[in-house]
Design a protein around this ligand. Structure first.
Ligand code: BDR
Ligand code: CA
Length: 317
């Protein structure tokens, strides 16, 4: 069983990802840590408690973390996920969460858990990387014990926050760069991974809504705003679920169909076209060294997943 900590700016697709992870027998979720991103920290923490409740398996401790990015002002995505992050369903629609956040701060909880582990606790990140960067800055030696990060973040070809940057990276580009520079190996479920055949069609959404399962209804209902956005603004009815692809490629790596590797860092001084872009140097390290005098040799730190087996992903979810 893989031990993981999930860091999340819990809104609608994060909620589905949390449900998946808590219902996946191959994963043991040791903690859920919340971060500001899609919504403010308070809402992200509350929504994490709600999603864990609906998963209806076990309730890991949930911790609140950073209220804002390291340097920048917070940009939320309530236009995508609803003012409450959970589809703006009527008051009282969802049940009350059966758990509440722990008093300890998320960054300290992450450091304590990793310090107490045997180098076998992985991270899964579904939001901006503020908490993880703060943990690395606060306890660099401890965080070297993290063997791997599975991240929903980055764009392989085209961003959703600007032409090149994906939302989670763009919201706190400085934090993301701290994480990429740390040397911890990262597998990125990019924004492209949830498109194409991985996107739920209107018929498949209906199937979830018709199901007798309470958790299936929850997963569809909390995404109401995102479903509406797909139908109206984007003109492509259906439902794209970025964060669940991260859980899927962690638990079922055989679903990965398209990826490349490279040395990835984040553009923090870019223009409106490139701010928050993950730049992945795909050249072999020896080529970089041979071509640029004095350049340092960087091993590839990132596996960039841009395509998964869509039908198998949806069946798994
Ligand atoms: C990512 O940003 C948020 O809107 C989603 O929760 C996902 O983590 C997609 O760019
Ligand atoms: Ca998210």
């Amino acid at each position: 069983m893989k031990k993981i900590i999930i860091d999340t700016d819990t809104a609608s697709d994060d909620a589905v990802a949390l449900v998946m992870a808590l219902r996946e027998p191959a994963l043991e979720v040791l903690a859920i840590t919340a971060v500001a991103g899609n919504v403010t920290l308070d809402l992200a923490t509350k929504n994490a408690c709600l999603a864990a409740t609906y998963a209806d398996t076990y309730l890991p401790p949930i911790y609140a973390g950073a209220e804002r990015p390291l340097v920048r002002a917070l940009n939320t995505a309530t236009n995508v996920h609803g003012e409450d992050g959970m589809g703006d369903m009527p008051a009282g629609f969802f049940k009350e969460p059966a758990t509440e956040p722990q008093p300890q701060r998320a960054v300290d909880a992450i450091i304590d858990l990793i310090a107490g582990g045997d180098g076998d606790i992985e991270l899964v990140t579904l939001g901006p990387l503020t908490n993880i960067a703060l943990a690395i800055l606060q306890a660099p030696e401890v965080m070297k014990k993290v063997p791997h990060i599975t991240m929903m973040g980055g764009a392989a070809f085209a961003g959703n926050a600007n032409p090149t940057a994906e939302f989670n990276i763009w919201v706190d580009a400085e934090a993301a760069d701290v994480v990429f520079a740390s040397g911890i190996p990262i597998t990125m479920a990019t924004i492209e991974a949830c498109f194409g055949s991985a996107k739920f069609t209107p018929e498949e959404i209906e199937q979830l809504q018709r199901s007798q399962s309470e958790v299936a209804h929850f997963c569809a209902d909390c995404n109401r705003t995102l479903i509406d956005l797909n139908a109206s603004l984007l003109g492509e009815p259906g439902l794209d679920l970025p964060d669940p692809t991260a859980i899927a490629i962690l638990a079922r790596p055989e679903l990965i169909q398209g990826y490349f590797t490279g040395y990835a860092r984040v553009e923090t001084a870019g223009s409106a076209l490139t701010d928050g872009m993950v730049v992945c140097d795909r050249r072999a390290p020896q080529t970089v060294q041979a071509m640029a005098k004095g350049s340092s040799l960087h091993r590839h730190n990132a596996t960039v997943v841009y395509e998964i087996d869509g039908p198998a992903f949806k069946e798994y979810l």
